[in-house]
Design a protein around this ligand. Structure first.
Ligand SMILES: NC(=O)C1=CN([C@@H]2O[C@H](COP(=O)(O)OP(=O)(O)OC[C@H]3O[C@@H](n4cnc5c(N)ncnc54)[C@H](OP(=O)(O)O)[C@@H]3O)[C@@H](O)[C@H]2O)C=CC1
Ligand SMILES: O=C1O[C@H](COP(=O)(O)O)[C@@H](O)[C@H](O)[C@H]1O
Length: 512
């Protein structure tokens, strides 16, 4: 639960924690979890009495562990260097198996030792682990490290299952060990600044309220593009594919925030009630509403294709690109296509939400493009509204212009926190607003499970696209089929090249 106040201002948690990172030897822990904990520590959001214990099977001495913790921490000043030295003094490591009571009792000895000095009354267990060990680890924790009188919080990473059935099984098994109040299912996109901005944009601006519906909006596109392929994660990725990796969670979470009705309050349960409600209005995705792709070699032959990865099974049909259109069958959105697109090994990195408005009725001018609200999630956080203007001069020619709120120029003194920092702090504060509730997950899997079954059975052939290209052929036609109008006038979003998109200053208008 959270009060409006706790959402308005972030503070150091009122409880003192021992934080245990399980899977501490892994990729996520070193790239995201430890840097986020350091960020919180450095900015005084983490009490300096907090102790952090890493746990995994790999044997590591303190120096090796410290190297692992520090590897991805960016240090910009002498102050940062000093802060890291102090931060590392709070960290220690215990090695053990994931299903051995004796090892978790050994962990308990360490926790008790540090709690004697710190006096911590709360424990946060962060599962930076593959899903195959979520349950054995949860059982071991419950049996050996769940102490009456202590506040317990458990952060669980995605993926939460493979489909509706496995997700329900996971929820049942986890639910038998920890209460919903104790579980924090993390979707790190919910911690991104511009995703968190969606509720404020929508519900704190009168100008948007009356047009945010099917009467004014023609189509919505939510796009995730990455330049890198599945390098090094091919084995993991092949089991899941891009829909489970990105679309069913990150993009769908964004969709719910774009489409939900205003919540009764900012209380976590009120927000999550509205998110579930909108998901329940979405029908399962139809085969005809999907386009799949898989990347091949780059055109210059320098980058290998997905199937060249030795960890990927021969002839795999796993999609590395997907476009899917969802319809929300309620009063606000009936008939408005929500096109979700995501892909790896593409020509640029970007995540954005593009809301395209309907044509002007009774157009007086020769050349008009539709209005669009574009929310640039990353890189180069921005909100801009594409609008028609008079071209300066003696004539009455129209030109596309924009109202542009680019964070780099407007808020250049502000530091945008990493998504994981923001979410770990929420969990420490007991705020579930930006975590996924069990019924939300259930509703999300209902939308995707039938199409995933069709894909897993090999009934849809992905279209091969070159590594580093704009995606599979047919995407332009796909988005056009759902009403997206490219418009006839050329438009340049001024911040585009600054945002590091790699494009030559052109707003790519979600055509791919
Ligand atoms: N990496 C990322 O960027 C992201 C990861 N995630 C999610 O976070 C979780 C962890 O991801 P990541 O750190 O990349 O995973 P890793 O593969 O790096 O695994 C984490 C640790 O778990 C242990 N481990 C690995 N495989 C197994 C296994 N088969 N059985 C038991 N233990 C195993 C290893 O530790 P040891 O052998 O020492 O015990 C490893 O260091 C996953 O659920 C993933 O989906 C989510 C978003 C992004
Ligand atoms: O969850 C995941 O997200 C990352 C992209 O995260 P970002 O914060 O860098 O945008 C993606 O690369 C990965 O495949 C997926 O598992």
């Amino acid at each position: 639960m959270s009060s409006p106040d706790s959402q308005a201002t972030k503070t150091t948690s009122t409880h003192l924690y021992t934080i245990v990172v399980l899977g501490a030897s892994g990729d996520l822990a070193k790239k995201k979890t430890f840097p986020a904990l350091f960020g919180l520590y450095k900015n005084n959001y983490l009490s300096h009495q907090t102790r952090i214990i890493g746990y995994a099977r790999t044997k590591m001495d303190q120096a090796t562990f410290e190297g692992h913790v520090s590897k991805y921490i960016k240090l910009k000043s002498d102050e940062d260097n000093a802060a890291l030295k102090d931060f590392l003094k709070l960290c220690s490591y215990v090695s053990g198996q994931y299903d051995k009571d004796a090892d978790f009792q050994n962990l308990e000895v360490r926790i008790s030792e540090v709690e004697k000095t710190s006096g911590a009354e709360a424990r946060l267990f962060y599962m930076a682990l593959p899903p195959s060990v979520f349950i054995p680890v949860s059982e071991s924790l419950k049996k050996n490290n769940y102490k009456e009188g202590k506040i317990i919080r458990l952060i669980v990473e995605k993926p939460f299952g493979m489909d509706l059935e496995s997700s329900r099984k996971l929820a049942r098994e986890l639910g038998a060990l920890f209460s919903e109040e104790e579980i924090y299912r993390i979707d790190h996109y919910l911690g991104k600044e511009m995703v968190k901005n969606l509720m404020i944009l929508r519900f704190a601006n009168a100008i948007f309220g009356s047009v945010w519906n099917r009467h004014s909006i023609d189509n919505v596109q939510i796009t995730f593009k990455e330049k890198i392929g599945t390098e090094g994660r091919g084995g993991y990725f092949d089991e899941f594919g891009i829909i489970r990796d990105v679309m069913q969670n990150h993009l769908l979470q964004i969709l719910t925030l774009v489409a939900m009705e205003p919540p009764v309050s900012l209380d976590a349960e009120d927000v999550r009630d509205e998110k579930v409600k909108v998901l329940r209005f979405i029908s399962p995705i139809e085969k005809d509403d999907v386009l799949l792709g898989q990347y091949g070699k780059s055109e210059d032959g320098k980058e290998l294709g997905y199937l060249d990865d030795k960890t990927v099974p021969k002839g795999s049909k796993t999609p590395t690109y997907a476009a899917a259109t969802l319809f929300i069958n309620n009063e606000r959105w009936s008939g408005v296509p929500f096109v979700l697109k995501c892909g790896k090994a593409l020509n640029q990195q970007k995540t954005e939400i593009r809301i395209q408005f309907k044509d002007v009725v009774g157009n007086l001018f020769k050349s008009l493009s539709r209005n669009e609200i574009v929310i640039r999630v990353q890189p180069g956080e921005a909100v801009y509204v594409k609008m028609m203007n008079k071209e300066p001069g003696l004539g009455m020619k129209t030109i596309i212009s924009d109202l542009d709120l680019s964070y780099s120029s407007r808020f250049n003194d502000s530091v945008i926190p990493e998504a994981y920092e923001s979410l770990i702090l929420d969990a420490l504060n007991g705020d579930h607003s930006n975590f996924v509730r069990d019924d939300e997950l259930d509703a999300a899997w209902k939308i995707f499970t039938p199409i995933l079954k069709t894909i897993d059975e090999g009934h849809i052939d992905p279209v091969t696209y070159p590594y580093g290209s704009r995606g599979p052929a047919g995407v332009t036609e796909f988005v056009a089929k759902y009403g997206y109008h490219r418009g006839s006038q050329e438009y340049v979003w001024p911040q585009h090249s600054e945002a590091g998109t790699g494009a030559a200053g052109k707003d790519q208008r979600a055509s791919k």
